[in-house]
Design a protein around this ligand. Structure first.
Ligand code: MN
Length: 501
């Protein structure tokens, strides 16, 4: 359900009329070549369209207005081939509401030492043309990414690709709707937040429903659809032999009925993320576990216990990571392993709802009792997460702003089997170590729920938070606690004074 096909990035080159029409023709040709090259690069997932060589204020203003209203355009790449006096960019940049990437490149990689003359210098003057543009963007406090280097460099393409993915997640978020089945878990604080402010910042709408609304959809699922889904379960996952002859099979069919009902509800309402709560299951036979896992794997964002902020964070991370190796899941820091001599580890899991996109192997489909909720034994997928690098992120509402915290980590192999653990899990070593990471996360007020990803990196999160004007507190290998606490204090001043919005 996640695709970049409907999106475009617009490539705009800045210049002026001072150098004559021939120069402008050459600039247009060079710009088309760069845009066409970007468009063919597989690591750049969004279509790149060359728009124009901008050389006067009116054209730039019209172009920015067009970008704003275009459903396809999710961001603009600007590059100054020559000097483009920046006053002509004022009205356009003030109006632009789409993400901006300032590509500081040069058409020719090397200086032709023997041939270079003033004509060549006039054509290839990005080195100072882009600085003039940079001044205006800084003067107007326009949030943007600046990418430096030759346009064919791997590093440049990588940075542009990361930005495209963040821009796609922002575009997706601005049109997204979250369905909440039931409210937040009673008395829980961090999963709460200001939904109006969230819509202002992220664009997404949060819609609440009684569980009865979902139950109607669940009841309407046909026996045929239940049969189809159940057959797929038996095909796709590891199941106990002759499962279809056991008493559990009717409960598995019930899980399929819930999945079918949830999917039709989410499709009918065009929702991109959803939440559930074990405190409100009236009319549902079991807590939706398998359904949440499978819908997450399809690309839906999910948050448990009514956690709508995390559900959309998971969705945005799934958009940013779409097509990359590794998956993204809703996650919770559950239990610690604190052996003498270390290393201290975190066992991440949830009651049921961990996305199989992060599984190291084919998940096992099982039904076990749930110690809370008082419902029938829910079906769930069991697996452990793939080893390797990952990132955890959370978004909290501080009252005057939203804050994201991120923590890089290494998923490690469990030192022993966990034969009695009836849920999917991930075991990780957070950077720089658990002691610093957890203290920083707690000082920053980070939630116990997170978006966990092995496809998205902190680079994506940086671009994403920049585009949305969010605070980002990064915890990584270089984090030192006293410095981290100082950053929290200085950020408080910055966000109190920031009058951008
Ligand atoms: Mn939870």
């Amino acid at each position: 359900m996640i695709s970049f096909d409907q999106y475009e990035i617009w490539f705009v080159t800045g210049s002026q009329h001072l150098y004559g029409p021939e120069t402008l023709v050459q600039i247009a040709e060079n710009s088309k070549n760069i845009a066409a090259y970007f468009d063919t690069c597989e690591d750049l997932p969004v279509k790149v369209v060359f728009k124009s060589v901008a050389s006067c204020a009116e054209d730039i203003s019209i172009l920015c207005k067009e970008a704003n209203i275009s459903k396809k355009c999710i961001g603009i790449v600007c590059w100054m081939h020559t000097f483009s006096p920046a006053k002509m960019w004022i009205s356009g940049l003030l109006e632009l509401s789409k993400p901006l990437l300032h590509l500081h490149t040069q058409y020719n990689r090397e200086i032709p030492w023997k041939e270079i003359d003033m004509d060549y210098m006039n054509l290839h003057q990005s080195a100072h043309g882009d600085r003039e543009f940079g001044f205006m963007a800084a003067r107007l406090r326009v949030s943007r990414k600046v990418v430096v280097g030759h346009w064919k460099d791997d590093g440049v393409r990588h940075e542009v690709g990361v930005w495209m993915r963040a821009a796609a997640a922002v575009a997706d978020s601005r049109t997204a709707k979250v369905a909440r089945f039931g409210d937040n878990m009673r008395d829980v604080a961090v999963t709460e937040g200001d939904k109006v402010e969230a819509q202002v910042h992220f664009g997404y709408e949060v819609h609440g429903f009684g569980v009865g609304d979902l139950v109607e959809h669940v009841a309407a699922v046909s026996e045929n659809d239940i049969e189809d889904l159940t057959a797929r379960y038996l095909e796709e996952y590891v199941v106990e032999p002759n499962m279809h002859k056991t008493a559990k099979y009717s409960q598995l069919r019930e899980a399929a009925r819930i999945e079918g009902g949830m999917r039709s509800f989410l499709r009918d309402g065009d929702f991109k993320a959803f939440t559930t709560t074990f405190e409100d299951l009236h009319g549902l036979a079991q807590l939706p576990g398998l359904a949440c896992q499978r819908l997450m794997a399809e690309g839906y964002g999910f948050g448990a216990e009514g956690d709508w902020k995390t559900s959309m964070l998971v969705r945005s991370m799934k958009v940013m990571g779409a097509g990359l190796s590794g998956g993204t899941s809703f996650m919770e820091d559950y239990t610690y392993h604190l052996p003498e001599g270390g290393p201290d580890l975190v066992l991440g899991a949830h009651m049921l709802e961990v996305c199989p996109s992060i599984a190291s192997d084919t998940p096992s489909l099982e039904l076990h009792p749930l110690s809370i909720g008082g419902k029938a034994d829910p079906a769930r997928l069991l697996f452990t997460a793939r080893q390797g690098q990952a990132v955890n992120a959370t978004i909290i509402d501080l009252g005057n702003r939203f804050r994201m915290l991120s923590n890089t980590l290494d998923v490690v192999e469990a030192p022993q089997e966990l034969p009695k653990l009836p849920v999917a899990s991930a075991l990780w070593n957070p950077h720089p170590d658990l002691k610093t990471s957890a203290a920083a996360w707690i000082h920053g007020g980070g939630g116990h729920h997170s978006g966990f990803s092995q496809s998205v990196t902190v680079e994506h999160l940086r671009d994403y938070t920049d585009m949305l004007g969010l605070e980002l507190l990064e915890i990584d290998r270089s984090t030192e606690l006293m410095e981290f606490k100082r950053r929290i204090r200085t950020n408080a001043v910055y966000f109190a004074l920031d009058g951008r919005r």
